[in-house]
Every structure is written in structure tokens, then in C-alpha cells.
Design a protein around this ligand. Structure first.
Ligand SMILES: Nc1nc(=O)c2c([nH]1)NC[C@@H]1CN(c3ccc(C(=O)N[C@@H](CCC(=O)O)C(=O)O)cc3)C=[N+]21
Length: 284
């Protein structure tokens, strides 16, 4: 058996097309949706990611600016800049690229972003809105995973068992809440789970979001299950790979997301969705 691929690049392209139409509609009303991206320090991966985010935005007609600051920027200066962007009505979305330099308190910085501009969905107000089922911004990675499930006809997950491996604030926890909101029965596993395989074998959907290679192998899922790979790791040859043993799992799973070309492009696309949503809410 060979699993079907969920093509993140193709689906992201479709999502960007929908965003572009919403951007056009807003521009017709005289509004230019605008995403401000802040990068502190010169981590090479972060430079690539933030440049991609700006390029993606521009491709859909969104305005995006990348502000770069040195790694030794005082935290107070960053907070002052965020306050200015909060007060600027022409700015609809603010993204502060993580990780921040070690002298900064990431949590405090994220909390400084106005919740109605929190397009990453990392603010506690966004997390709280997700938890209680109120409108807010959903974190882009799990939001993109839900879109991928929808794309294969899995929108209402009533009767499905979803197993999430990982409990981070930006992926595992919000992923579990979104699956729950879609009526799935949800199990959350983590480093303290004694028999991971016993849990993952129950899953009609298994989401791996650990940040470690081969967390999920072919013997750990039931035939036909949907496998969503959120991981971004490098293999011994330095090649980008996910958290799951793709080669083994594609013989067992019904559907599987590749890395690269899976969840990553969808994460980027959902940032654009959140940004156009922020602009529509601010100007509607
Ligand atoms: N405030 C903030 N928000 C973020 O959303 C955020 C962040 N900080 N810090 C870093 C992580 C990482 N992240 C990625 C998103 C897409 C790809 C992506 O598109 N990956 C491509 C491959 C890219 C490559 O070749 O390196 C793919 O999977 O096909 C990767 C990484 C967002 N992050």
C-alpha cells in the first residue's frame, strides 16, 4: 500500500489565491493590508524565514515590511517599537520572529503585541479565544494542519480519534484544541508518555510535533491512518526531514504530509490568511 500525499505546496498556492482575492476586495475599498515583521539578531535560518514571509505577502498583494535589529537591541527598545506599531492604524498584523536573543523575555514581548494584530496567534488572548471557542487568531502551524485535513474531506472529525505527539504552546496544545473543536476524540502524548506506540496505534489521525527524527515509525500507526508531520529537522546528510519515518510510513498510512513541501508552506500561507483577516476586522 502507498499512502496518498497531502501536497502542502499545492494547497498553500490555493490558499494564497483566496487571500489575493480578499486583498483585492479590501484595496477596492481603499485599504492596503499591511504586515510588519520584526527580526532581532542575525540567525541565518530566521533571515531566510522572514524574507520568505515578506515575499509571500507581496505575492498576494499584501504590504509587508521587514525590520531588522541587532542581537544586542535592548528589550525596552523592542517593546517601544511594538507599541508604535500597535498605535499605527495602517499596520494590521505584527510578527516578531522567534527565537529572540537570550536576554529577552519572549513571553513578555509577545504579550506586548496588540491582540487584534497578533497574526501569529501566540498571545494569551489568542490562546484563550481558541480555548473557549471565540474568534481570535489561530497559530499558523496547527491552523495549516487543519486546512490539510479539510482538503482530504476531513472537516468534521466526529467519530475520529486524533493523537497529537507534542504539547508546545505553538503547535501541540493549539493543535489538540482545534481537533477537539472539529469534534475529534483527542489524545495528547509527550515525553512523559510511557507507551507512545499504544497511543498512536489508536489514531485515525496522528500529528507529530516533537522536533526529533523518527518519533513515529511504520509499526506505530494503524493502516490507513492520516499522518501529519510538523517536524523540521536535518538528517545525517544535512537534508531537511520531519519527525516521522516517511519511507516506512508511506507504506502503511492512508495519507501523509511530506517534509519539505507539507506543513511548512501551509504555516506560511496561514500567516497571510490571519493578516488579511486582521485587516478585514480592523476596517470592516
Ligand atoms: N514568530 C514566529 N512565527 C513563526 O511562524 C515562526 C517563527 N517565529 N520562528 C521560526 C518558525 C519556523 N517556521 C517555519 C515556517 C515555514 C517553513 C517552511 O516553509 N519550510 C519549507 C522548507 C524550507 C527550507 O527549505 O528550509 C517546507 O517545509 O517545505 C519553515 C519554518 C515558522 N516559524
Amino acid at each position: 500500500m502507498t499512502a496518498h500525499l497531502i501536497d502542502g505546496n499545492a494547497l498553500a498556492q490555493q490558499v494564497r489565491g483566496e487571500v489575493a482575492r480578499r486583498v483585492t476586495a479590501l484595496k477596492d475599498r481603499g485599504v492596503q493590508p499591511y504586515l510588519a515583521v520584526i527580526l532581532v539578531g542575525d540567525d541565518p535560518a530566521s533571515q531566510v524565514y522572514t524574507r520568505n514571509k515578506v515575499a509571500d505577502s507581496e505575492q498576494t498583494g499584501l504590504k509587508a515590511t521587514l525590520e531588522r535589529y541587532p542581537a544586542d537591541l535592548p528589550e525596552a527598545a523592542l517593546l517601544a517599537r511594538i507599541a508604535a506599531l500597535n498605535a499605527d492604524d495602517s499596520v494590521h498584523g505584527i510578527l516578531v520572529q522567534l527565537p529572540l536573543p537570550p536576554h529577552m523575555d519572549s513571553h513578555g514581548v509577545i504579550e506586548a503585541i496588540a491582540p487584534h494584530k497578533d497574526v501569529d496567534g501566540f498571545h494569551v488572548a489568542s490562546a484563550g479565544a481558541l480555548m473557549v471557542g471565540q474568534p481570535g487568531f489561530r497559530p499558523c502551524t496547527p491552523y495549516g494542519c487543519m486546512k490539510m485535513l479539510e482538503s482530504i474531506g476531513m472537516k468534521d472529525l466526529k467519530g475520529k480519534h486524533a493523537v497529537v505527539i507534542g504539547r508546545s504552546n505553538i503547535v501541540g496544545k493549539p493543535m489538540a484544541l482545534m481537533l477537539l473543536a472539529a469534534n475529534a476524540t483527542v489524545t495528547v502524548c509527550h515525553s512523559g508518555t510511557p507507551d507512545l506506540k499504544a497511543q498512536t496505534l489508536q489514531g485515525d489521525i496522528v500529528v507529530a510535533a516533537v522536533g526529533k527524527r523518527n518519533v513515529l515509525t511504520a509499526d506505530m500507526v494503524k493502516p490507513g491512518a492520516v499522518v501529519i508531520d510538523v517536524g523540521m529537522n536535518r538528517d545525517d546528510a544535512g537534508k531537511l526531514c520531519g519527525d516521522v519515518d516517511f519511507a516506512g510510513l508511506k507504506e502503511v498510512a492512508g495519507w501523509i504530509t511530506p517534509v519539505p513541501g507539507g506543513v511548512g508552506p501551509m504555516t506560511r500561507a496561514m500567516l497571510l490568511v490571519n493578516t488579511i483577516e486582521a485587516a478585514e476586522r480592523a476596517t470592516g
